[in-house]
Design a protein around this ligand. Structure first.
Ligand SMILES: C[S@@+](CC[C@H](N)C(=O)[O-])C[C@H]1O[C@@H](n2cnc3c(N)ncnc32)[C@H](O)[C@@H]1O
Length: 236
């Protein structure tokens, strides 16, 4: 996983450097969202947790069982040292994609007892595919599967670099991407923002509960995060 664009050593380095300061507004917004959810599930399938730098401790400790999937060996060591004691099982099989094909059917073994948390991995899935065609076809099938689960995801929808310091009033939670974008345009004044599209922005249209916030991943490098919660096929 050292060379995987979705994480690896660079991510651990950034976490060590920024998790207790620069990442605080993002972590607060995420905690408010996750801790505010009304879910009864106490069994979790956790996908892409890395060292668990951003997940709210309160949420983690109230779970009876965690099934964790992250191919990064360092993730397991760091996560366990930060969040013990918890009942966690680490899986070596990839539950998302294997050799460019879908591999997520293995998640079905956790239905309906577990809630799934896609922990900042969905917005980087394009990196795992050789072509946009393969990625798009994976996505259609994956979204179809995930609709059968109760799930939470927080993921990138856009990222951008800013040559100026953004106003800290932007460190809040928005109910729509358009409201966040309006504020961004307002506070960036005349400077044009070039957005990198993570190809996820319409994917969770079927979900009612979602919020948007900014994450300054490293200085002047921002990610627009969408956090969503879906309670399975029950009416929301
Ligand atoms: C950006 S990091 C997310 C970190 C963490 N969830 C957080 O919020 O701090 C993405 C994580 O996804 C993991 N990852 C990459 N491919 C994966 C896969 N196929 N299945 C599960 N996790 C994967 C990476 O190893 C990395 O730890």
């Amino acid at each position: 996983m050292i060379r995987n664009l979705t994480g690896g050593v660079l991510y651990h380095y950034l976490a060590l450097k920024h998790r207790n300061h620069l990442w605080n507004p993002f972590k607060s917004s995420l905690s408010r969202f996750i801790n505010g959810l009304s879910t009864d599930s106490n069994k979790l399938v956790l996908i892409g947790p890395s060292g668990g730098y951003c997940l709210p401790q309160k949420f983690i400790t109230k779970l009876n069982k965690i099934e964790a999937f992250d191919p990064d060996l360092l993730a397991k060591i760091i996560f366990n040292s930060r969040h013990s004691p918890i009942n966690i099982k680490w899986h070596s099989r990839d539950c998302l994609v294997n050799d460019q094909s879908s591999n997520f059917q293995i998640l079905n073994q956790f239905k309906p007892s577990h809630i799934i948390l896609l922990s900042n991995i969905y917005g980087q899935m394009r990196c795992l595919f050789k072509s946009e065609r393969l990625y798009n076809s994976w996505k259609v099938n994956f979204l179809n599967l995930i609709k059968g689960f109760e799930f939470i995801s927080y993921h990138d929808i856009y990222s951008f670099k800013s040559t100026f310091k953004l106003n800290s009033t932007l460190n809040k939670t928005y109910n729509s991407f358009d409201l966040l974008k309006n504020d961004l345009v307002l506070y960036s004044k005349t400077q044009k923002i070039e957005f990198v599209d993570h190809l996820t922005h319409d994917d969770f249209d079927f979900v009612k509960k979602k919020v948007y916030f900014l994450w300054e991943l490293h200085p002047n490098n921002y990610h627009i995060i969408e956090a969503v919660y879906y309670n399975g096929r029950r009416p929301q």
